[in-house]
Design a protein around this ligand. Structure first.
Ligand SMILES: *Cc1c(COP(=O)(O)O)cnc(C)c1O
Length: 399
């Protein structure tokens, strides 16, 4: 063991602890759901992205089990080396038809879809223009690109600010290609990108748009087809990223777009080229999850009914939900220490709602991020609200 490295790690961790930025995952003893046992304690879980309950849906589980019997548990290799299994192709055809695009290419995660695609479609002659609140995986993908992208060079626009975006586009005329990239639904605030205006500006200034629909998939648009569907922008968004890990309940990410886009990413998307394909049971489970999403409107209806009810109850009791427009419901706290104290006190009350602090959000913008989903009952949400009120009152009394 190298003493310099080990000492550095210990010092850095201590510094995270001192700043209330240190994270430890709890142990989940039950499947992901609205009510779970974690670290041996039964709690209402408000911190899962399993929006529609598909992570534990009987039809999805059954499809995975049957697929194991048919295909085994591993893909064996990268797809272009070991051969691609029929079930992987079928999933891509199903996703393309769901998204109304020519083609879809699946990556093993949403994170790798971003980090593989962004550098593959840009060169040093290009510029990438980003919303300042884009997800970490977009930021990492952008950093891997040879294009211009830096905030200090003026290529990051103020959050959802279309004047700021247009200003970037006006200065970007000399680049060969201009790429605009945005979250479809912002993952920590729950607001929706103004995609119609972004697309209009892109068309005016000859730019192309990539939208990361990780939190819009299964949540917005027809049957959960995402923000392009929500805003009826079919054919006008060049690259749509979706995740298969959140509402779809399994794991993976995909790029939906043209056939030539797919061809290019098969040849130049590094996580596709150099990383093994999903186990076939993942693809089979995802096909079953899509079947549920396309044929049963009930989970999505319950998701939105629960979200609306939860947000109305919070607002009526004086909590600030930061203008969310989707089920992602931040409860604003501000101070990192207060947010972490609230998280602990809520835990004691049987509610698991995670404090989100820097660097996931800006310093001094800590919040409890709550995610009502289709699996919560009205009673769960009522109980959670009472806990939030008690904890806030205790915290106020203590200062
Ligand atoms: C979660 C998330 C991702 C990463 O997706 P995974 O499938 O979990 O890797 C990418 N982008 C956004 C906006 C996300 O919220």
């Amino acid at each position: 063991m190298n003493a310099t490295l080990q000492g550095w790690l210990a010092d850095e961790i201590q510094s995270l602890k001192d700043q209330n930025l240190y994270k430890v995952p709890r142990i989940l003893d039950t499947p992901a759901g609205g009510r779970v046992t974690m670290d041996g304690k039964e709690v209402i879980n408000l911190s899962s992205n399993n929006y529609l309950g598909l992570a534990n849906h009987p039809k999805v589980k059954q499809a995975a089990l049957e697929s194991i019997e048919r295909w085994g548990v591993g893909a064996g290799a990268v797809r272009w080396i070991g051969g691609t299994m029929e079930v992987h192709d079928e999933l891509e055809r199903r996703l393309a038809s769901f998204k109304h695009t020519e083609a879809v290419l699946v990556f093993t995660g949403g994170f790798t879809a971003n980090s593989g695609t962004i550098p593959a479609v840009t060169t040093k002659e290009d510029v990438i223009i980003s919303d300042e609140l884009n997800h970490a995986s977009i930021i990492d993908g952008v950093r891997l690109s040879a294009a211009q992208y830096k905030k200090s060079d003026g290529w990051v626009y103020a959050h959802k600010d279309m004047d700021s975006l247009e200003d970037c586009l006006k200065r970007a005329g000399h680049f060969k290609k201009r790429m605009i990239i945005t979250d479809g639904v912002f993952s920590m605030d729950g607001d929706i990108a103004p995609l119609p205006e972004i697309v209009r500006l892109a068309e005016q200034y000859d730019a192309f748009v990539m939208v990361d629909d990780a939190h819009a998939s299964g949540v917005l648009g027809k049957n959960g087809a995402g923000s392009t569907s929500h805003f009826d922008l079919y054919g006008r968004v060049d690259i749509q990223l979706g995740t298969l890990s959140k509402a779809l309940g399994v794991i993976g990410g995909y790029i939906a777009g043209s056939s030539v886009m797919k061809d290019w990413l098969i040849n130049r998307g590094r996580p596709y080229l150099f990383s093994t394909a999903h186990p076939p049971m993942v693809a089979a489970a995802l096909i079953a999850a899509l079947d549920v999403m396309e044929n049963d409107p009930e989970p999505m209806r319950r998701l939105w009914a629960n979200a609306k009810r939860w947000q109305e109850m919070l607002a009526a009791n004086g909590f600030d939900t930061m203008g969310t427009e989707t089920p992602i419901t931040p409860v604003y706290v501000g101070d990192e220490g207060d947010a972490q104290r609230m998280e602990k006190m809520l835990w004691e009350e049987g509610v698991y709602a995670l404090a989100i602090v820097f660097p996931t959000v800006g310093r001094g913008k800590a919040r409890l991020r709550t995610m009502p989903n289709a699996t919560h009952t009205e009673e769960d949400l009522d109980n959670a609200l009472q806990a939030f009120i008690r904890v806030r009152d205790k915290l106020r009394a203590s200062v």
